[in-house]
Ligand binder design. Structure first.
Ligand code: URA
Length: 238
C-alpha cells in the first residue's frame, strides 16, 4: 500500500508537499471520485488516477513510446533543435526518463524512453537481439546487389568487423526495409552509404514487437503496458 501523496510523488508530480497540495485542492481523482485525503492508502501497481483531468497509470518505472517527429534531438543537451523531452509532460521529465538509444534529428518514428537504467541496457545491448525495423527512402533505385550486401555485412569506418542487417528487402523502387539488432551511431545511413546508395528519409517502424500501427500520432506518446514490456525483454534465440 502507498499513501496517495507518496504515490503522486513517485510518479513525478512534484515534491511531497506539492503532491499533498494537489490532493487538498481537489485536483486528483481516483476510481472516478475526487480524492481529498493525501494519506489515503492505495495499492499503487496499475492504479488508474487523474491529475488536473488527465488520466495516468501508476508504474514503478516508466516506459513510454513516443512517435518522434523530425526536427527533435534525442540528446539531453540539444545543440540545434529542441529536445524530444519537450514532447513529454513534466511528470515524466521529472522522473528522469531517457531515450533508449537515439534517433537522429531528421529520423522519425518509434522511440522508447524510460527511467529504468537496467531496461535501457537490456534493450540496447546487441547481445539481447531486440530487432529494430527501419524504413528507408533512398536517393537512387535499390539494386538487388545492394540488398544482398546489406544482408551479408558491410564494414563501417569505425570498426573492421562487418555489420549486417538481420533483415533487408526492397519495399519500392527507392525504398528499403532494414532490420537491425545493433544501434551504432548513424548505422542505417552509414550502411546504406556503404553499399553505394544514400538515405533520403528514415523512419523507425518497430522496436521488438512494438509498432506504430495503432498510434500514437507524430509528436504523441503513450505508456508501454506491462504485457508489452514483458514481450520486449523476453529471451530471444541467437
Ligand atoms: N540509423 C541512423 O542512421 N539514424 C537513426 O536515426 C537510426 C538508425
Amino acid at each position: 500500500m502507498m499513501r496517495l501523496d507518496d504515490l503522486l510523488f513517485s510518479q513525478g508530480f512534484g515534491t511531497r508537499r506539492e503532491c499533498a497540495g494537489l490532493v487538498a485542492a481537489g485536483r486528483v481523482r481516483v476510481a472516478g471520485a475526487t480524492a481529498t485525503d493525501p494519506a489515503l492508502d492505495l495499492v499503487p501497481d496499475g492504479l488508474a488516477f487523474e491529475v488536473n483531468g488527465q488520466p495516468w497509470t501508476w508504474y514503478a518505472t516508466a516506459l513510454v513510446l513516443l512517435h518522434k517527429p523530425a526536427g527533435y534531438e534525442c540528446s539531453q543537451k540539444p545543440k540545434h533543435h529542441p529536445s524530444v523531452m519537450l514532447l513529454l509532460p513534466p511528470p515524466l521529465r521529472n522522473r528522469g526518463v531517457q531515450p533508449v538509444g537515439r534517433l537522429d534529428q531528421d529520423t522519425t518514428g518509434l522511440l522508447l524512453l524510460t527511467d529504468d537504467g537496467t531496461l535501457i541496457h537490456r534493450l540496447t545491448s546487441p547481445k539481447h537481439h531486440v530487432p529494430k525495423v527501419y524504413e528507408v527512402q533512398t536517393a537512387r533505385p535499390v539494386q538487388p546487389a545492394q540488398v544482398q550486401r546489406l544482408l551479408d555485412g558491410v564494414v563501417l569506418d569505425d570498426d573492421p568487423r562487418p555489420v549486417r542487417a538481420e533483415g533487408c528487402q526492397a519495399t519500392g523502387d527507392q525504398a528499403l526495409q532494414l532490420t537491425l539488432v545493433q544501434g551504432k551511431y548513424h548505422q542505417v545511413k552509414r550502411m546504406v552509404a556503404a553499399v553505394g546508395n544514400h538515405c533520403e528519409a528514415l523512419h523507425r517502424s518497430a522496436f521488438g514487437a512494438l509498432t506504430l500501427a495503432d498510434g500514437p500520432a507524430p509528436g504523441q506518446w503513450r505508456f508501454v503496458t506491462d504485457a508489452e514490456r514483458a514481450a520486449l525483454v523476453a529471451k530471444r534465440p541467437g
